[in-house]
Design a protein. Structure first.
Length: 231
């Protein structure tokens, strides 16, 4: 099964193709405004280099967030178009789950995405054998609130740009209980999106490309302003 996956939830734009248990190609670029300008050309170049076309894909995968509102919309719109024109299935994946999936050799994994104003998008995940279990569903928390929760755990590993942004606070509060991811596993990987989507697809998950939407975990500014006017 060939799977094409995308992630545009942070500054990192990344795309990958897997074929069953083999990584065929992966392309990642961290650059301002890279989603709108670079995503489709990146996909085209990657597929050209591995001698594949969009129509050769059996499944499409995309990160649903949380993360950048604009980035998520661009990634989701692109994958919806691919699924629509090829009439192939689509599976959405949590960005936080994909971040945790980067680190399979650690029992407790806590991904963090910087949500600004001393907050992070986060969840708590645990590996049980080869299966990643969710201990805390994706949510948005103030960093100090999250750190209080994490004090009850031992042998944690954290990753994501939120872990980088709050590294000193995390070390100060958790000390030797926590380890930080290596650089290459600190951002969401499209290959993780692909692999998780394939697992979910094989368990029966199918998403509708007409109705699938980003999981912001936080209302957009436009929605917040609309709600305020409604009051």
């Amino acid at each position: 099964m060939k799977v094409l996956g995308l992630d545009t939830s942070t500054l990192m734009t990344t795309c990958a193709v897997i074929d069953d248990d083999k990584l065929i190609g992966e392309y990642s670029l961290s650059q301002d405004m890279s989603h709108s300008e670079k995503l489709v050309p990146m996909v085209e170049e990657m597929l050209k280099n591995v001698d594949l076309k969009i129509k050769d894909m059996d499944l499409f995968a995309v990160s649903l967030g949380p993360g950048s509102f604009t980035g998520l919309r661009i990634g989701l719109a692109s994958v919806k178009a691919f699924a629509h024109i090829t009439d192939k299935p689509l599976v959405g994946v949590s960005t936080l789950e994909a971040l945790a999936f980067n680190l399979p050799y650690n029992r407790i994994v806590v991904p963090m995405i910087d949500a600004r104003r001393q907050r992070v998008y986060t969840g708590i995940y645990a590996w049980e054998g080869e299966e990643l279990k969710t201990l805390l569903d994706p949510c948005i928390l103030e960093i100090q609130e999250l750190l209080e929760k994490l004090k009850s755990y031992d042998d944690l590993v954290v990753n994501g740009d939120g872990a980088i942004a709050f590294k000193e606070e995390i070390k100060k509060n958790l000390g030797n209980k926590v380890r930080f991811s290596t650089l290459g596993l600190n951002m969401c990987k499209a290959s993780s999106i692909c692999e998780l989507a394939r697992i979910k697809y094989n368990k029966g998950q199918r998403d509708d490309y007409f109705t699938l939407s980003p999981d912001y975990l936080l209302e957009t500014q436009a929605q917040r302003e609309l709600n305020e006017r409604g009051k």
